[in-house]
Design a protein around this ligand. Structure first.
Ligand code: HGY
Ligand code: MN
Ligand code: MN
Length: 406
């Protein structure tokens, strides 16, 4: 395991330095760094003897034939993209660990009875278009017209960007329909604190919480900062501030609800002009879908009262909504058996973070393994997973793969 783990750590480090910004780690949909990271994964998969392909959107795939080539393939994967100012494990660890597990099986002279497809998804975080799972939705035919029309910060739609910046040369069409694969399994950092509290290196994921992503836009009237009395103002930014504090209060008052405003934009954006248009993103999550929907409606009503009292117009736009996904019971059992053989534990945890399995679950049963990360910290450059815990995660994957019948 020593050589294999060292190689995995080196690759993680290497990917962690492939960024679109020299000052921090960021790779987004079809960005140059994302393409370079995809190229690295393709090269490593080819070294393992996998047949490699890529989609125009930058998703890459390696296929490892099994002893029974006609058997339904098992999908492994995670995402190549990152958030802005990211850590080097979110996404990349799942890809590097899957590759390491397959290399370990090769070194043990084991050919699996079924084919394995390793998928590096182009965009899971949704940084460029605020809508997530573009890569995994792309290979499962779920990119609807609304998604393709989403605009990035430069005002370009996803479909235009795909047409003009897409990786079209030598691209393949990769598409999975319901029932065509035996399952999808992803290893990922926990991005939470539970495994540290339990002092366990890894666990199996029971399900992935639902989430709603919105773009909230308040419109008032620009005017002169020096000559407009306070009572005449229709200030969209102070209205947004009241709405954002109401959002935080709602989440604090309802344990189990988490709500985040991650990005805000103000127009015209001058220090001496009263803000006319303020738009902010809203990330709204709860383990129980009905509660998430109920509380989101309650928030919308509160924000409408705030904007009405300030004579502001409100555009409350749902960008993407995913209900909670339950992981497949049989895959979870197989993963728990493997986990128990490696760590003695059969712990299962729900995921507060979203993952590509949400999209893949539309066509296949899904399973996940979590690996402990220090302080639960993620979406931060200090994100960290110990080499020992990475080794545990890879060994659980190896045990799981070896245990699956033809
Ligand atoms: O936002 C999430 O839950 C994940 O990191 N994409
Ligand atoms: Mn993430
Ligand atoms: Mn992730």
């Amino acid at each position: 395991m020593g050589l294999m783990l060292n190689r995995a750590l080196e690759r993680l480090d290497f990917l962690g330095h492939i960024s679109d910004n020299p000052c921090y780690l960021v790779r987004t949909y079809l960005s140059p760094a994302n393409r370079r990271a995809a190229g690295c994964l393709l090269g490593w998969m080819a070294e393992l003897g996998m047949q490699t392909q890529h989609l125009p959107d930058g998703t890459v795939r390696g296929v490892l034939p099994g002893a029974a080539p006609e058997a339904k393939p098992l999908l492994l994967g995670s995402h190549l993209d990152t958030v802005t100012n990211a850590g080097k494990y979110d996404g990349a660890l799942g890809l590097i660990a899957a590759l390491a597990a397959l290399e370990e099986l090769r070194d043990q002279g084991i050919q699996l009875p079924f084919p394995v497809h390793l998928l590096g998804f182009s965009d899971e975080e949704g940084v460029r278009f605020q809508t997530t799972y573009l890569g995994s939705r792309g290979v499962t035919g779920q990119l609807d017209l609304e998604t393709r029309a989403r605009l990035d910060a430069a005002g370009q739609s996803q479909s235009l960007v795909l047409a003009t910046e897409g990786w079209h040369e030598d691209a393949s069409n990769i598409h999975y329909v319901a029932g065509s694969v035996r399952g999808y399994v992803e290893l990922h950092i926990e991005q939470g604190r539970s495994l540290e509290e339990f002092d366990e290196a890894a666990c199996v994921v029971s399900g992935i919480n639902g989430q709603s992503r919105l773009l909230v836009t308040l419109t008032g009237r620009a005017d002169h900062a020096g000559t407009t009395p306070m009572e005449f103002r229709r200030d969209s930014l102070t209205g947004a501030a009241e709405a954002i504090l109401a959002t935080e209060k709602l989440a604090r008052d309802h344990p189990g609800l988490v709500a985040t405003v991650g990005k805000i934009e103000v127009l015209p954006g001058g220090s001496n002009s009263i803000p006319e248009v303020t738009s902010f993103t809203l990330d709204f999550r709860h383990a129980v879908d009905a509660e998430r929907v109920r509380l989101l409606k309650a928030l919308e009503n509160s924000v409408r009262k705030i904007t009405a009292s300030r004579e502001l117009e409100l555009n409350w736009q749902l960008v993407q909504e995913n209900d909670a996904v339950v992981c497949d019971a049989e895959l979870a059992r197989n993963l728990c058996d493997a986990l128990e053989r490696v760590t003695g534990s059969r712990r299962q945890l729900a995921s507060g973070a979203g993952h590509d399995g949400v999209a893949i679950s539309k066509v296949a049963p899904i399973g996940m393994i979590f690996v402990r990360c220090r302080g639960g910290l993620s979406h931060h450059p200090d994100e960290y997973v110990s080499p020992a815990d990475i080794g545990v995660g890879i060994r659980v994957l190896v045990e799981f793969l070896k245990s699956l019948p033809a």
